[in-house]
Design a protein around this ligand. Sequence first.
Ligand code: FAD
Length: 469
Amino acid sequence: MTQPRSCSVNARACHVAVIGLGAAGLVAARELRREGHTVIAFEREKQIGGLWVYTDRVEHDSVSLEPDRTIVHSSIYKSLRTNLPRECMGYSDFPFVFRPGDGESRDPRRYPDHREVMMYLQDFSKEFRIEEMVQFETEVVRVEPAEEKWRVTYRNSRGVSGEETFDAVVVCNGHFTEPRLAHIPGIDSWPGKQIHSHNYRIPVPFKDQVVVVIGSQSSGNDISKDIATMAKEVHVSSKAISSNSYVEYTGQKNLRIHPTIYRACEDGSVVFRNGRVVYADVIVHCTGYKYHFPFLETNGYVTVEDNRVGPLYKHVFPPALAPGISFIGLPFMGLQFFMFEMQSKWVASVLSGRVKLPSEDKMMEDAVAFYGKLEALGIPKRYTHFLTDPRGNPMLGTFNPHDAAVISQSDYFNGIAEHCGCPSIESWRERQYNVAIKKLFFGGDSYRDQWDDDQLIEEVYREFAKLNA
Ligand code: FAD
């Protein structure tokens, strides 16, 4: 096979396909156009926003295992508020500030609800005329090499198919739609109902039930408390709890936290590793998602193994296919929108020839060295794209890379900035994120509504004012 490349080196403008118009695809489209490329962005849904387009709809298969199911993209629940303060969540030159306007009801809170994020993305899209580049209700069904380029085959909502050849394809399809389930011994004969958080919207269906929630990260934490407002009892299974402990949650009397599940039994019981047994009606898996690229044919150059997408140079470029194929937004945890923007600037500048990537061999060496480092630290492949300083992060439960941060997100941003000559993370954003992440893990229930970094907020708004000056 001839390995497809992108537009020839030093060429100014490439014809680029962007797949998906969530927060990643929006900024990718903007940066690509800014750099002089022509962009066609394909979006399966009727509107931009991706994950932030809330819907009451859920999938017919409550654990989303059926391969032919009709996919509902969004995974957000009705009560969702952001888990980061809005100031550090936005893109660098379009602050996520409260913009009262158009008579629409907006949420001025520092940790706003999901509608406010959606409106922010709509504002961004309007400001930078992103929709001019988008083909809505058009799903990309295949991306494959075609001579030196990439052929994109798509199908629209009327069932009409088409194809077009591009110099490069930027993959922004999100990674919160294909659920990962916890492995529970005995689950096949356990008679209760199971759902994945992807299909959770509101607590009403759990009225008076006994519910086990697996996972105590952001979604598990929110969802268990949401369900506890209606359920008889909620039992959270958490990796952060040692095997002989048991915590009665003080905020809600019907909420208890256990270590992981030992097994589920035919009689409906669920046995935790602390020896406690509950007879549960439902298990809710808040256990994360899998990377999934059903449309992508790379002849084995890119694979997904135990949730590692690889090999990739710095989470973005597959060495053998760069820069014709790139991925925006794979790393999780951390400053997502800012990261999308940095990665997009990098991809755009590499495609235009303004910035050069290392040779394929060097990129591969870098990727292999990174994977080797993870392995040496005992970090499972599925944490490859965990982009935050892992020190002191209780979410990482089963391993403890305390003294050896593999890479912090600021190092990652600095590396990209240095390479593509763009500004790196602002000092205020880094400091605010560090405060926010501690509050997220250790701030208790009030973390979204109580804070003590007012001085930092003032500093941030002074910086925002300079952007408009
Ligand atoms: P998505 O928003 O998922 O967008 C992907 C887009 O691709 C979708 O529009 C989809 O329709 C489209 N698409 C997919 N496949 C195709 C195809 N084949 N053809 C055409 N189009 C396709 N981050 C924060 O910063 N703050 C938060 O508070 C926060 N809360 C979160 C809460 C939850 C429950 C979850 C799951 C994540 C949260 N995140 C949060 C992280 C989230 O990753 C980002 O905020 C971000 O919105 C993801 O953007 P994305 O563009 O990568 O993906």
